[in-house]
Design a protein around this ligand. Sequence first.
Ligand code: GDD
Ligand code: MN
Length: 235
Amino acid sequence: MKIVVVIPTYNEAGSIGKVINDVCLNCPDAEILVVDDNSPDETYKSVEIFVKANPKIHLLLRKENRGRGYAGIDGFKKALSMDADFIVEMDGDGSHNPKYIANFLELANSSKCDAIIGSRYIDGGKDEERGFLRHFVSKSARFYLSFVLGVNIKDPTSGFRMFKRKVLEAFVDELRSNDPFIVTEILYYLKKNNCVIKEYPIEFLSRFAGKSKLKIQTLIKYLFKVLKLKLSEKK
Ligand code: GDD
Ligand code: MN
């Protein structure tokens, strides 16, 4: 059984080394695939050091079509070509604790589900502190996304997930998102393919360094994108 952990990175030089080490410590059997978009801070150079020292660590250096979405799609395709049975995606900023990968795997094996979402908003989960307004916008947006998609998911924008191989094989060629909306687009295809989705509670940590590329405006853009996705559906 092979697990490939896909980590998209853009300017994560301050974090990626520790993230790779943490994944190795927590999941010694997993392979790691960092998908870097030629980050100006030269994140890939830190990754290359690991690649030389450890055959389980891989780098996919992308030089065109920058974007969290495109990087994710290319990462999934590469993970499938590496014969992964399970594919994990997580941030390269330290906010996703790799200790949960073992929990995801256990849940996937015991409950016969197709995809696990690391959830900040179910019992046992925890999010970073936010002001009232941000919290309100984010909560309403999440409710709306799940409602439009028709899935009962409390954390539809989480980027920490595990998929069974067959799930990604079913729709990876249909994914189109260039940006972080990819995580919601994937939920759409999971639902369309009648996949069983489970959430596992995670404690979200503050990123080790740098800053988030996701702004509240982006979340609001999602509201329109998800509607477009639903409306474009062939009946
Ligand atoms: N290769 C690549 N190219 N990676 C990128 C890009 C890009 O253009 N933009 C962001 N990333 C990487 C970041 O370096 C990080 O490892 C991960 O993608 C997520 O970006 P963050 O900037 O940390 O996003 P966030 O934590 O605020 O956003 C959360 O929600 C998003 C969806 O709403 C995360 O869970 C994301 O994974 C998720 O996509
Ligand atoms: Mn992040």
